[in-house]
Design a protein around this ligand. Structure first.
Ligand code: PLP
Length: 434
């Protein structure tokens, strides 16, 4: 593990060498083998049962290296937005890469500390929280981004200039893959509305606040580089108001391809544009800034596979239902965000394709896909949902008193259980029988 870290750091130091190394990205990824084969997935399903989440450590490593490569011209820090997937083994792997961590609750801060992240490399980007959580974050010594005037005032009263803080702003930009994952628009609860700048500045002045960073996270699945540049423009205008700024935090939300025909955010382009902005800031204000990013999905979405088993086939006049031993209790994205996940029948991969409506076993309409072309399905076949690493297991529940699935990590070619499947006692664990 130590060795891997050292190699990565050495690579980071020698940018030109990275350029060579990555010049043929596809080739590089193939060499890294960042994809799990159908055969490997079948083997894991046989060994650990279904439903099961499978994560691939080398894919996470590959994504992190792509980030480093894209932003190599800029002084950039990456904080993994860990709400996407918080299994402690995943956190430890990400820590071993030299990546930092962004938390959305005080419990995630504690998880990050447990996983070995140093307090300086932990960021707590709160929203809508009680001030007591911010006090706890300060007592733990981590970085905080504050997202309301109310908490900013309390922060000022208690800490004055003594503890640096970032401010989360709401830029009034509409962007993202779905309204539910757009966080920067003018009806969004997130951040302090930018039009209240005068109120922010009044508090900064009154309490001599040490504002070390500005933060904007416009949402998830932002494909368009121009959206990040719009945020950079806003920062550009705000810089003169904050004398002690050190970092500009552009949040997360990089798009990864879910659909076969989709492309993700053009990271090399974004890296190039960001370098230009930072240079322009330097030329204009004679100040240098770090750029911070909080990628969640980008790091862990594609590393994840969710394997289910077909329990029931049901013919109906309009479609054939393929019922699987799962539901929105295990993977809610299709129902919550109308998200698309590629689905493959890994038990019958060479059969002709037919349309299926893939549904779960929950007493709700839990449709994963409608009239999707999938290789002919038989009861007992294994269906894999791709790109299931981010917001998959993490948003799972025990609804319908179903067990949460097992989690397996593949690393260095070895599969290892990192989360056991629930057992019946888990359903009663916190219930009190007087
Ligand atoms: C969720 C979140 C992210 C990560 O978003 P992704 O779409 O997973 O990259 C980053 N920053 C903040 C503040 C978030 O809440």
């Amino acid at each position: 593990m130590k060795k891997a870290k050292i190699t990565l750091q050495r690579k980071r130091l020698n940018n030109e060498q990275i350029g060579c190394y990555f010049s043929d990205e596809d080739n590089y990824l193939r060499n890294m083998s960042t994809v799990l084969s159908k055969e490997q997935l079948r083997g894991i399903a046989n060994e650990y049962g279904t439903p099961v989440y499978v994560y691939h450590a080398e894919k996470i490593t590959g994504q992190y290296q792509k980030l480093q490569q894209a932003f190599r011209q800029t002084n950039t820090r990456f904080f993994y937005a860990c709400k996407a997937l918080t299994n402690i083994n995943i956190l430890r792997h990400i820590h071993s890469l030299g990546c930092h961590i962004d938390c959305s609750s005080i419990n995630e801060v504690h998880l990050a500390l447990r996983a070995g992240f140093e307090k300086e490399n932990i960021l707590y980007t709160s929203n809508g929280i009680a001030f007591s959580e911010i006090e706890e974050a300060v007592s733990l010594g981590v970085n905080v981004n504050i997202d309301s005037l109310s908490n900013l005032e309390k922060f000022g009263k208690k800490y004055g200039h003594s503890y640096p803080a970032g401010i989360r702003l709401r830029p009034n930009i509409m962007a993202g893959g779905h309204l539910k994952i757009s966080t920067g628009h003018e009806k969004s609860k997130f951040g302090i509305p930018i039009e209240q700048l005068d109120k922010i500045l009044a508090l900064v002045d009154q309490y001599h606040l040490h504002i070390c960073g500005l933060h904007v996270h416009t949402g998830s699945e932002i494909k368009d580089v121009a959206v990040f540049m719009q945020v950079a423009d806003i920062f550009f205008d705000l810089v003169p108001y904050f004398k002690e700024l050190q970092f500009l935090d552009l949040g997360g939300g990089f798009k990864v391809p879910y659909h076969e025909q989709e492309t993700g955010t053009d990271m090399p382009l974004l890296g190039q544009k960001l370098a230009e902005v930072i240079q322009k800031l330097k030329d204009t204000y004679h100040r240098d800034f770090q750029a911070w990013f909080e990628p969640g999905k980008y790091l862990v979405s594609e590393c994840g596979y969710f394997i289910t088993e077909v329990t029931v086939l049901k013919q109906s006049s309009s479609t054939t239902f393929a019922g699987v031993n799962s539901g929105f209790n295990h993977l809610i994205r299709p129902m919550f965000y109308e998200a698309y996940h590629r689905i493959e029948n890994i038990s019958n991969p060479n059969a002709p394709k037919q349309p299926y409506t893939v549904t779960g076993n929950i007493c709700e309409t839990d449709t994963f896909a409608t009239d999707r072309l999938i290789n002919q399905i038989r009861e007992g076949d294994l269906l894999v949902f791709y790109n299931a690493g981010a917001y998959g297991f993490e948003m799972g529940s025990n609804y319908n008193s179903r067990f949460k699935p097992a989690q397996v990590l593949v690393k260095d070619g070895r599969a290892q259980l990192i989360g056991r499947r629930d057992v019946f006692e888990d359903l009663l664990r916190n219930q009190v029988e007087p």
